[in-house]
Design a protein around this ligand. Structure first.
Ligand SMILES: NC(=O)C[C@H](N)C(=O)O
Length: 350
């Protein structure tokens, strides 16, 4: 891990008949404070202080806290998340009831999704963060941390995989999305809605997410690079042509984020055909909900045309999640011809 801080573990005092929850802190706004130069905020608040700011935690669980990173969430890497999954596995195998990750909200959904792809234990894993810093009026971090620990300690969430808890709502890792730059209510699950909530100090889960079998990825396996190409009205084929010509080295795959159900202007189709001949290309949708289409629109650049050209529909996965999935698939040796099957297994709900 690219840790920018010494890793320490501390145990909050608490009733030792309560479940143990392992808390891993990565930074983000939940741990941010104003800089002394007055230039905004940055993550400096240590996990011991986050725990100390929520006295109610000791009534819920024995919290063992580890400062893993102290970074804004755009600095968290998939490699960090893979390492975190291994630490969490060790923690629950040693008896923890569940795990909580605190991090910045900007990439919270990617951490949650990648952990969910890899998570093969019954114990719940909960990712949380905050939109306001601890010193801000109406700081949301303490309530989010309490909610996350409550869910992680609960029997209710066992077997539900990785969840995100924010604003007293429980979201599935596959669907949660940060949909506002600054509002405390930034998190939504488009298409599905939250699957549960916190009420009167307990976790309530109305729905249990359907999850594919976990992927086994060794901790030190490098993740091949996959680029996302977003398409809009009147998009030029220039970027795709550059990829075809090899102008961008080291690209092992591409996610094409099409408009609507997965469509592009016809002018992009020749370059896409050439690109598919070089690397796997996954077709996602920029709409943010639903499934990528594959049998609906038959015009050039439509979903029928693109899938016939060899693009692999991303199913329910948005571009960011499709990118992580393709990186993991390529890392575990999924062959070119198996990518479609792999997405059918990991990304569809039927
Ligand atoms: N609310 C937040 O945590 C945003 C912050 N920029 C981060 O993701 O680290």
């Amino acid at each position: 891990m690219t840790s920018q801080t010494a890793q320490t573990t501390s145990t909050a005092a608490g009733d030792n008949s309560l479940p143990v929850v392992e808390l891993f802190a990565l930074g983000g706004t939940i741990a941010s404070a104003p800089r002394t130069d007055g230039e905004g905020v940055s993550p400096t608040v240590r996990v011991e202080d986050l725990v100390a700011a929520v006295p109610g935690l000791v009534a819920v669980a024995q919290v063992r806290a580890t400062q893993v990173l102290q970074v804004p969430s755009c600095e968290v890497t998939p490699g960090d998340v893979v390492e975190l999954a291994a630490r969490m596995r060790a923690a629950v195998d040693a008896g923890a009831a569940g795990c909580v990750v605190t991090q910045g909200t900007d990439t919270l959904e990617e951490t949650a999704f990648l952990l969910d792809l890899l998570w093969d234990r019954e114990a719940p894993v909960v990712v949380t963060g905050a939109m306001r810093t601890p010193d801000a009026p109406g700081a949301d971090g303490p309530a989010n941390l309490l909610g996350a620990v409550t869910v992680a300690a609960s029997d209710t969430a066992r077997g539900a995989g990785v969840l995100a808890v924010v604003g007293d709502q429980i979201h599935a890792a596959r669907y949660v999305h940060k949909a506002h730059t600054s509002a405390p209510s930034a998190f939504v699950s488009p298409g599905t809605g939250p699957i549960g909530w916190l009420v009167e100090g307990r976790a309530a889960l109305a729905l249990t997410p359907r999850r594919p079998a976990a992927v086994h990825l060794a901790e030190d396996t490098p993740l091949p690079e996959v680029l996302v190409v977003r398409v809009g009205m009147g998009e030029s084929p220039a970027l795709l042509s550059a990829l075809v010509s090899g102008a961008v080295p080291g690209v092992a795959g591409v996610v094409l984020e099409g408009v609507g159900g997965g469509h592009v202007p016809r002018a992009l189709v020749p370059a896409l055909r050439d690109l598919v001949a070089r690397v796997p290309v996954v077709l996602a949708s920029r709409t943010g909900a639903g499934e990528t289409l594959s049998r609906s629109y038959g015009y050039p650049g439509g979903d029928v045309d693109l899938t016939q050209a060899g693009l692999v529909p991303s199913g329910t996965l948005d571009a960011a999640r499709a990118r992580l999935t393709l990186r993991v698939a390529l890392a575990v040796g999924v062959e070119r011809g198996e990518v479609e099957d792999c997405f059918r297994r990991l990304a569809r709900t039927d």
